[in-house]
Design a protein around this ligand. Structure first.
Ligand code: ZN
Length: 278
């Protein structure tokens, strides 16, 4: 039996990944709102930010509740931010892209955690210019510990010591990723302070790139910095020339790095092959 060219169990898997992404996106909304305020992400449950009435289950369904309530609280009519459905649908789309790339292979589960953390960091940096340690440092630890289960395309086994255990090769590449990702940004930050006498980059960016390196190894950490810088330069020029903002306007560099890390994970192999062929 086939439905739209798929067999039913396959369709169920696709639907599961999207529902899972929406649910994680809903949890990420709580994290994005509460972590910068230093509040618990578990208790209490979600409530309206205007009248504080606790949300009932039907008011807390990703995207659907927002559409059904037309973006307004059922009690006080206060506006519900459109950021919530954006975060939920973005997370679902990213999880789905990971599923298309990896199926239910181990890299899917590792990178679902990675992408969840990245979405959190992208939006927290965008709103608060903050990259919380609770995400970057736990991500760094998780990425390093799980690196043997990560996709082989990121960890090709550095041949410095001849042939050796593939698990240690992955750990070695992950540690190299931490050093290259974090180290390069630390160097740039140091140069900025020495030459321009201003703090151009926070330690949050450095820790975030160390986390990206732990998940993706040194090659893709480098690609992430390249893509994030290009995106930052592009958005920065638009801000300065088109919108007339001052040069001192602080851009959310962590958000750009996050987008770069997502692109590196999903399409890094193709991007690197294209870049090296130029
Ligand atoms: Zn309300």
């Amino acid at each position: 039996m086939e439905l739209f060219g798929y067999n039913p169990p396959m369709l169920l898997a696709h639907a599961f990944v999207i529902a899972f992404g929406l649910a994680v996106g809903s949890f990420l909304n709580v994290c994005i709102y509460r972590i910068p305020k230093g509040r618990s992400v578990i208790r209490p449950g979600s409530s309206c930010p205007h009248c504080h009435h606790p949300l009932r289950p039907w008011e807390n369904v990703p995207i659907l509740s927002y559409l059904f309530l037309r973006g307004k609280c059922s009690q006080c009519g206060g506006r519900i931010s459109w950021i919530y459905p954006i975060v939920e649908s973005t997370t679902a789309l990213l999880f789905y892209l990971l599923f298309l790339k990896y199926g239910f292979d181990t890299p899917f589960f590792i990178n679902v955690v990675f992408f969840g953390m990245l979405v959190g960091l992208i939006f927290i940096d965008l709103f608060e210019r903050l990259l919380p340690n609770v995400i970057t440092l736990s991500g760094l630890t998780f990425g390093l510990l799980m690196s043997p289960l990560q996709s082989g395309e990121f960890f090709q086994g550095t041949q410095l010591f001849g042939t050796y255990n593939v698990i240690w090769a992955h750990y070695f590449d992950s540690i190299l990723g931490i050093l290259v990702g974090g180290g390069f940004l630390w160097l740039v930050a140091e140069l900025y302070v020495r030459v321009k006498k201003i703090e151009g980059m926070g330690f949050g960016d450095i820790k975030m790139m160390a986390m990206v390196g732990a998940f993706l190894g040194w090659r893709y950490a480098w690609l992430t910095i390249l893509l994030g810088s290009l995106l930052g330069a592009l958005v920065g020029s638009i801000y300065i020339y088109a919108l007339g903002k001052g040069r001192r306007y602080e851009l959310p560099f962590g958000s750009f790095l996050g987008v770069g890390a997502i692109a590196s994970t999903l399409w890094g192999q193709e991007l690197l092959a294209w870049y090296l062929a130029q």
